[in-house]
Design a protein around this ligand. Structure first.
Ligand code: G1P
Length: 300
């Protein structure tokens, strides 16, 4: 038992981000802002909070700016120093969060393939996978909670949460035998099932804590949903040979994977920030009043 220490997190950031076109033609969706931080920073910070020291970004063509973002920028830092800017410390903190390396997925072949691309960089060790679209907040961080669950249960553990029945077809869906109030031993797991065929309402959000055996499973699966190599299918295969658990972590989840989700997530996060909350609150109050005023009296 005790706490589990894992050194490496894999963050998959290779997709085209078609839901965000046209902006994602030029800017990786993982670099879109949530107030003043890019989406991907939440995943990196969450990994670091859980004691992870090395981050492997799985990227693709045109996404090099992510690596730059997590590295130093000496000229800019010098200028900020001269101006005695309070932003300097923040920039230096970001550049020293973790050792950030990247591997390139040459062709888009699915999330499973993206994770497999990271195999040489991970080695034969347990590791964590984080999906940057999923903004997962908690104290301790969801990654820490999952690592603790993995230490307690012994095995791979995936982070799940309940979703509305009509949304199940957007996620990997897990079901199995309850181990405790928040944990299942995985029985079935399916990628994006039709509502009528979903085994439960428990959606995979990550983080995932994997034994390296997941790589063998990834090497043995066939293309699944959408014709892509699905991580969910490799998890189903792994669960046939060793116990895999699904754990409902405590905390909040925001979906930054669609333009509307990004918008609402940004507002929610701004409301948590002392430097923005008063302004945003005042604006929301005025906006709500304005919208209520627009409603014709008969419809009230
Ligand atoms: C991916 C995974 C899916 C998971 C989802 C969470 O799907 O394949 O199992 O539930 O992320 O956001 P995607 O959203 O990349 O289609």
């Amino acid at each position: 038992m005790g706490t589990k220490q894992v050194g490496t997190a894999v963050i998959t950031a290779a997709g085209f981000g078609t839901r965000f076109l046209p902006i994602s033609k030029a800017v990786p969706k993982e670099m879109l802002p949530l107030v003043d931080k890019p989406v991907i920073q939440y995943a990196v910070e969450q990994a670091v909070e859980a004691g992870i020291t090395r981050v492997v970004l799985v990227t693709s063509r045109g996404k090099g700016m992510m690596e730059d973002y997590f590295g130093p920028h000496p000229e800019l830092e010098r200028t900020l120093e001269e101006r005695q800017s309070p932003k300097l410390a923040e920039l230096q903190r970001i550049a020293s969060l973790a050792e950030v390396v990247s591997v390139r997925q040459q062709y888009p072949q699915g999330l499973g393939h993206a994770v497999l691309t990271a195999k040489p960089a991970v080695g034969d060790e347990p590791f964590v996978v984080l999906l940057p679209d999923e903004i997962l907040l908690g104290s301790p961080s969801p990654t820490r909670q999952l690592l603790d669950a993995s230490a307690r249960l012994g095995g791979s553990v995936i982070g799940v949460g309940r979703v509305a029945r009509e949304d199940v077809s957007r996620y990997g869906i897990a079901s199995g035998e309850p181990v405790d109030e928040r944990t299942l031993r995985l029985g079935r797991v399916v990628e994006k099932p039709p509502v009528a065929e979903a085994p439960s309402d428990l959606a995979i959000f990550g983080p995932y804590v994997f034994n390296p055996a997941i790589f063998d499973a990834l090497e043995h699966i066939e293309p699944g949903a959408g014709g892509e190599l699905q991580l969910t299918d490799a998890i189903a295969l792994l669960a046939q040979s060793e116990p895999v658990f699904a754990h409902r972590f405590e905390g909040h989840r925001h979906d930054a994977g669609t333009p509307f989700g990004l918008l609402t997530t940004a507002v929610e996060l701004a409301l948590e920030r002392p430097d923005y909350a008063p302004q945003v609150r005042a604006w929301l109050t005025a906006l709500t009043g304005r919208l209520a005023g627009d409603t014709p009296p008969a419809a009230r």
